[in-house]
Write a protein that binds this ligand. Structure first.
Ligand SMILES: CSCCC(=O)C(=O)COP(=O)(O)O
Ligand SMILES: [Zn+2]
Length: 238
């Protein structure tokens, strides 16, 4: 029996991928997107591996078991090499319906810098865009940074352990050092928006850096009256 997947879901995935590709966040086949299949409990569509994410169409996604990432049917295109990360999120986050992974430049840079410092998370505070992540605290968020193991299932295992530890406190976004960022949510658009919010946060974080820690520039000079800075102390830790 031939099982037809709803064409609109493949279209939606292709549309979101094209938008992120055009922003330069899915260069050279980078990135992958998945969403649970309506009417097929426990199953999801995920982008096929190795394709240019700017040129996907409705048939460029592969049906997999959401909780394991195993292809639903033998043969056909290979699902994303990072499907197991999507599976960790479907399995570990109640209500997760869609996952978007890309290589946005600022998020990738901030994750790399954190890893070089030996940090396992980056904290952001005060920026209005934090509200866009939909987390518990609208003014502060700590985003985990995972090691970019060559063995992708090892990244997924680290994410699973983190989700078990943090439970409802886990934010709906994560960073992978020297690699990129992943966001998830109750639908594809929300996951995409959260990724955009994370990339803006990381961009602001990088732009803000000279004021926080750099040795150069007049704004780094101590206030002659000894007044404390305006920035949230959490920013100083990341
Ligand atoms: C050139 S990108 C390397 C693989 C990667 O990180 C990625 O996001 C895309 O992998 P996929 O198998 O989903 O095409
Ligand atoms: Zn990737």
């Amino acid at each position: 029996m031939t099982v037809r997947t709803p064409p609109h879901l493949g279209d939606s995935i292709a549309r979101v991928a094209r938008g992120l590709y055009l922003r330069g966040w899915m260069e050279g086949t980078a990135g992958n997107i998945s969403a649970r299949l309506p009417g097929r409990p426990g199953h999801a569509l995920v982008t096929a591996s190795g394709l240019s994410k700017g040129e996907l169409d409705a048939d460029s996604a592969v049906e997999v078991e959401a909780g394991t990432g195993r292809p639903a049917r033998p043969g056909g295109p290979r699902p994303s090499a990072e499907t197991v990360i999507h599976a960790a999120l479907y399995d570990g986050v109640p209500g997760c319906q869609a996952v978007v992974h890309a290589h946005p430049p600022y998020a990738t840079l901030v994750a790399a810098q954190a890893a070089r410092r030996g940090a396992v998370s980056v904290s952001f505070a005060d920026f209005e865009i934090i509200k866009g992540l939909g987390g518990r605290d609208p003014f502060a968020v700590t985003v985990p940074v995972f090691r970019n193991w060559a063995d992708v299932p090892r990244i997924a295992a680290d994410i699973t352990a983190f989700l078990r530890r943090e439970g409802d406190d886990a934010p709906p976004v994560l960073l992978i050092a020297h690699h990129g960022a992943t966001a998830w949510g109750p639908d594809l658009e929300t996951a995409r928006n959260r990724l955009e919010c994370l990339e803006l946060l990381c961009r602001l974080h990088v732009l803000d850096r000279p004021e926080r820690t750099g040795p150069l520039g007049p704004r780094d000079a101590p206030d002659p009256l000894g007044r404390p800075g305006l920035l949230h102390p959490q920013n100083e830790r990341s």
